[in-house]
Design a binder for this molecule. Structure first.
Ligand code: ADP
Ligand code: MG
Length: 465
């Protein structure tokens, strides 16, 4: 078995063990770069994949390689390195031909004709707003992955992650990142044909084109570009014909190595009535989520915005704003604007005392997003790639018992649930079982770095989706 075959065998096994989304995100474009004695170097496309594989899949990969090679593997090193990959073959599907009498989807049915020449607006780069750049995008823990992926896409469009799928809650910078990609690519190569559209506009353009017998013109516009940035793709939910068109648009672009970037307020799996062939396309390249900014990032964002507005605020004031407003970046900016406006109007220098009343209308957000037992169980099950039924079931196998104890621990820590309630949620177990689980995980956490990391990742996933 050569290294290539070995890695294919490992990937084949892993694919069975973990979910498809995880598999495509973390294992595409990886390969064994070298294999000597007991040391293996696995090449990965970027530092995030590297960290992730080191932290989450180290053991699995090591075990599999040992199994396949029949020798002890002492050390696996992950190194960032790329090689030219063959473009993925795309199964071709004939495009459906619709006629006027076909059933319309919801969007078609409710669409009202606007007299605007939509297609004309779509072409050209008017769709890009120069104010969104990488330079004024603040990077923190919650968005470093999407940010890095966006930069990778900007420097090698069509090559690294195609498509890139960025998802996360409102006003956390998704549109900013999409636009920054467009602006950066235009800066590097002004000839690039970039098209930024919201899903809503894509839908309207398409319906309009079909209604006016200009479907071909639509296809020409959307398929003869180098970079397609499609914002807020969740709105495609339930719109069958638009999904169909998007599927073919995506295929046409992807086949020609043209970069496509999507944004959504939720991961593909959570978009209702999304055709599976489309959702699987979304998951092909890289999926990266943006979370709410942490305190340090919020302060950094405020500092940047102050600098942009040429307005000086003392550090204690910035800290106060960042403590009061935790939800999203737009609220942060809104609060800052309000403070500036009030103080300029009164012609006074802001102090903590004068700023506090200005923020009274912004509710402090002390508790994090409320989570339910169901969400928590789901997250843990997903993380360990276990069916929820097994997690709640009777079996005491270690591979189930340990994740189950993690659920109990997190329910106590994150939801402040009582032990009897925890027992009840987990398939009617006794409260002493829950107490024992809590103590056990707490003990393990003291020295088990891997477990600490597991819990961090689970919480991250829980609070950001
Ligand atoms: P979304 O598309 O996720 O709803 P936006 O990209 O529209 O959010 O962001 C809302 C506002 O917050 C925009 O003005 C954007 O420039 C700003 N913003 C969001 N995230 C950041 C960030 N990390 N650094 C700087 N500005 C940000
Ligand atoms: Mg947006």
């Amino acid at each position: 078995m050569n290294t290539n075959e070995l890695w294919q065998a490992v990937l084949g096994e892993l694919e069975l063990q973990i979910s498809k989304a995880n598999f495509t995100t973390w294992f595409r474009n990886t390969f064994i770069a070298s294999f000597e004695e007991k040391n293996i170097v696995v090449a990965v496309p970027n530092t995030f994949t590297k960290t992730w594989l080191e932290k989450k899949y180290y053991k699995e990969i090591q075990t599999l390689i040992q199994q396949f090679t029949n020798r002890p593997i002492r050390n696996i090193v992950y190194r960032v390195e790329t090689r030219q990959q063959d473009p993925q073959p795309i199964p071709t599907e004939p495009e459906k031909k619709y006629t006027e009498n076909d059933p319309f989807d919801e969007a078609f049915a409710s669409f009202e004709l606007h007299p605007t020449p939509v297609l004309k607006q779509a072409s050209g780069d008017l769709s890009l707003n120069p104010k969104y750049t990488f330079q004024n995008f603040i990077v923190g823990k919650q968005n470093e992955l999407p940010h890095a992926a966006a930069q990778a896409v900007s420097s090698q469009p069509g090559e690294t992650y195609n498509p890139l799928f960025i998802y996360g809650g409102v006003c956390l910078g998704k549109t900013h990142l999409l636009q920054a990609i467009g602006n950066e690519i235009k800066r590097r190569n002004p000839q690039t044909r970039v098209l930024y559209v919201t899903c809503e506009k894509f839908t309207n353009d398409y319906i309009h084109a079909v209604r006016n017998g200009r479907a071909k013109e639509f296809k020409d516009t959307y398929r003869n570009i180098d970079l397609l940035l499609l914002d807020d793709i969740q709105f495609i939910s339930g719109k069958e014909r638009t999904q169909d068109e998007m599927f073919h648009t995506f295929n046409a672009l992807h086949q020609n190595n043209k970069q496509v970037v999507f944004s959504s307020d939720r991961p593909p799996k959570a978009i209702n009535s999304l055709e599976s062939r489309l959702s699987s396309r979304f998951e092909w390249g890289m999926m990266a989520d943006v979370g709410s900014p942490d305190f340090e990032t919020r302060v950094a964002i405020l500092q940047t915005k102050c600098r942009e507005k040429n307005y000086l605020l003392q550090e204690d004031i910035l800290h106060h704003i960042a403590t009061t407003i935790q939800n999203n970046v737009r609220e942060l900016e809104g609060a800052l604007n309000k403070i500036i406006a009030i103080h300029q109007f009164k012609q006074i220098v802001p102090t903590l005392e004068t700023v506090k009343p200005a923020l009274a209308s912004f509710q402090p957000n002390k508790t994090r997003k409320n989570i339910t037992a169901k969400q928590l169980i789901h997250s843990v099950a997903q993380y360990f790639d276990l069916p929820v039924e097994d997690l709640l079931g009777k079996s005491r196998q270690k591979r189930l018992a340990f994740p189950r104890q993690i659920v109990m621990f997190l329910m106590r820590e994150e939801m402040k649930a009582s032990y009897p309630a925890i027992g009840a949620e987990l398939g009617g177990r006794d409260h002493t079982t829950a107490m024992h689980a809590y103590d056990k995980i707490q003990d393990c956490l003291l020295e088990d770095e891997r477990l600490q990391n597991d819990l961090e990742l689970i919480k991250q996933q829980l609070y950001t989706t």
